[in-house]
Every structure is written in structure tokens, then in C-alpha cells.
Design a protein around this ligand. Sequence first.
Ligand code: ZN
Length: 323
Amino acid sequence: MRLAETVTFGGSALNRAAELRGDADALARAARDRAARAILLWRGKPLMRGDGPDQGLVRLPMDHPVLAEAEGAPVLLGLEGDAPVFAQDISSWQPPTGQEVPGDGFRDTTRQSHPGLPPEQVFTELRSVMSHLQPRDAELAATARALFGWHRTHRYCAICAAQSVPDQGGWQRVCPSCGAHHFPRTDPVVIMLITHGNSVLVGRSHGWPEGMYSLLAGFVEPGETIEAAVRREVMEEAGVEVGRVEYLASQPWPFPSSLMFGCRGEARQTDLRIDPVELDDAMWVTREQMMEAFAGRHPVLAPARKGAIAHFILRNWLADKLD
Ligand SMILES: [Zn+2]
């Protein structure tokens, strides 16, 4: 797919400077570099400035007082030109009363302002701004969110259960007890545009907003190809047999640690046998109906969220731009 890397979080050709990660002196020099900057996250929410098209990631100088509250060594994300860019996490900071986060992260529209930062700089849920970030900001924020999430949930060695420590500029954890190296986790997920003639198969999970339908998706299992995972998931969830499968585009999805493989496949039949545990509903939707939904004119159907690869694939299918 020619437009593959234009997907949200599709990458910005960031130089990740992996050669610096194993060199403690080079990392320390990079952190002291006057041009070095840090992006800041609080409980997975990046520090953003502005609103609308001007919205962007805040880049703080490395000696900014608020970074003294950060936990652990900075994670080296890469180089912007010659300037090192790091990420820091201040998740243990408690926001002032009235700025708490509601339980459901997906619908989190709250913003938190730290007293040591200007009021226009606020911690913002990434999903609420992802679709209009510059590609570089999107890549930095997604990378940092995924890495900090991994560190938070993988603090103990999976082999001997001793507490592990970050290493390689934050890109590994090592176990001081048994010496094992642990790498940031990325879970492969397939998400598929299944078509039959002029129609596409869409489904909805339990608890989704009313009317919202999206492409079917599921985790790739050990020992399975991407193509086999597409066929298995569609059969399990909707009872539809799929023939030819093609890869289209991928999307890092740091909620918390997925890599989405967008595919298309051709259904061999249209009869549905819906798994009520996996899906609330599934149905075939014509191209014309989906066009109405994307235009906000369909009486019932609401399309996948903007920024998600399902939205990207559906939009390009409607525009005949999947090749
Ligand atoms: Zn160990």
C-alpha cells in the first residue's frame, strides 16, 4: 500500500540512535547536551501545548526543575538533527484536587496542569489528540508511552522473579540476579478489511458507543502467520471463511503495546455466525452505506475512531487507494 506510512503513528523517520544506548558515557554526554530536550509523560499522558492544529508535544530543557520529579533515568528516544531527545516519566506526581482522571482511559478528556509548568502545558490523553499530531510528535509520544508502560508492568525478572533494572538507555531491562536481558514487548494484532463484492464486514464489541462498528481484529497467536491469524479470527468471530489475504499497512498502537497489522481479505461467503462472547454484533455494510457513515449522515452506523488504523483502511478503501 503506497500510503501505508501515512497512518497515525506511521512514523517520522526518527533517528533512534541505537548505537548510543549501550554507551553509558555517550548517554551521559547526550543528557548534558545544551540542545537536548525531554518530553514528559504522566501516567501515559504526554505533556502537550496548545489546541487544535497548533497542538504539539512540549520539549523541556534537561535542567528544567520539573524533571527533578521524574522517576528513573531518562529514556533516549533518538536524535532530532544533532539534538538528543529523551523521555521522562513523572507518574508518581499527584495532580491537584479536581484534576483527577476518570476510570476509563479511552474516554479520558481531562487535562492535568503541573504547578511547575505554564498553565497552557497540560497532560493530555494521547488518543484524544493523536489524529492531528505532527508525525514526529506522534512517533515520540507513542514510543515513550509504550516504553514507560512496559517498564511499569515488567519490573520483575520473568525467569527468577528478582527486581530487574532498566538498561540500554531504557530499551532493555536486565536482571542483576540471573543476568537475563528483557526486551520491550510488542504484541502483534491483525485487523482486517474483509470484503465480499461491494460490501465490507464490520463488527462491534460489547460496551462500544452506540452505533459504532469497526473492522474485526485479534491477536496473532504463537506459531501463526499474519494471514492465518486473519482467517482464524474472522472464522472465530463471525463464522466467515476468508480466501486470499494481503498485508496493507501497520500501526504501532501504544495502548498499551500492540503493533496492528492492517490486512485485506476476500470472504468466500456472506453467511454470518457471530460469536456472542467476542462480538455484540457484526454485519455487512455496502460501500455506499459506509460513505454515508463517514459523512456523518448514516442514521445508525458510526465509523471507527479517527486515528485508528481501521478508520485509515476504511477511508482508503472508500477512496480506492489501497494499492
Ligand atoms: Zn532473573
